[in-house]
Design a protein around this ligand. Sequence first.
Ligand SMILES: Nc1ncnc2c1ncn2[C@@H]1O[C@H](COP(=O)(O)OP(=O)(O)O)[C@@H](O)[C@H]1O
Ligand SMILES: [Mg+2]
Length: 225
Amino acid sequence: MIVLRNVWKWYDDDTVALRGVTLTVPRDDFVFLVGPNGAGKTTLLRLLNRAETPSDGCILVSGQDVQDLDEQEVSRFRQRIGVVFQDTRLFADKTVYENVAVSLQVSGDGRASELVWDALEVVQLADHAERFPRELSGGEAQRAAIARAIVRQPQLLLADEPTANLPPAMAWQVLQVLTDIHYYHGVTTLIATHDREVVDRMRRRVVELAHGYIVRDQRGGRFAA
Ligand SMILES: Nc1ncnc2c1ncn2[C@@H]1O[C@H](COP(=O)(O)OP(=O)(O)O)[C@@H](O)[C@H]1O
Ligand SMILES: [Mg+2]
């Protein structure tokens, strides 16, 4: 699904975010990206979503070299990827339903409403569809953001610190939703996280970054080696 070959990313001469990263993520894998602040986790996810391009090296997603995409192809490429951010980025003036529906951007598609309800069911928010973001708990808001990310049924789901700022019980619910999506829908999933408890409990593949290098890649790993 994802191949990175000797990928470098520098923002300017002084800031090198990734230094020769090589990584393979097969279809259906579930990966935690860990490492201290500034290690390069967000940069790696942004490269996979083609929000950034590599300074050197090669990135293939579903066999496609992300560097080669023109503008039109980039937008089509992004439609197959779901992205979840720490700060949910829900529209405050839209309901949960509307927030999920906007990412479909299909006018007159008879399936649109069905897809939105399906996504809301998956994150267990169907009964909160008419609420506004301010009427949700932190965990519910993050689950709404996840519903928005999966409504187009992406093959790849990227989550950047999705449980930061959440109390442990809510963080755990969010992770349950992400693992359900991975398990039942076969979505390749990468999650950057500082959440030691979640990583230690799940015992999945852990890729650890430090100073832009991969320093550990371990199946069934813990947060710390
Ligand atoms: N848009 C940017 N412009 C300049 N430097 C950046 C930018 N984004 C990230 N960096 C730098 O790249 C390095 C890696 O950052 P990041 O990928 O955000 O790491 P992490 O998500 O692990 O905290 C840091 O030194 C950070 O300051
Ligand atoms: Mg980050």
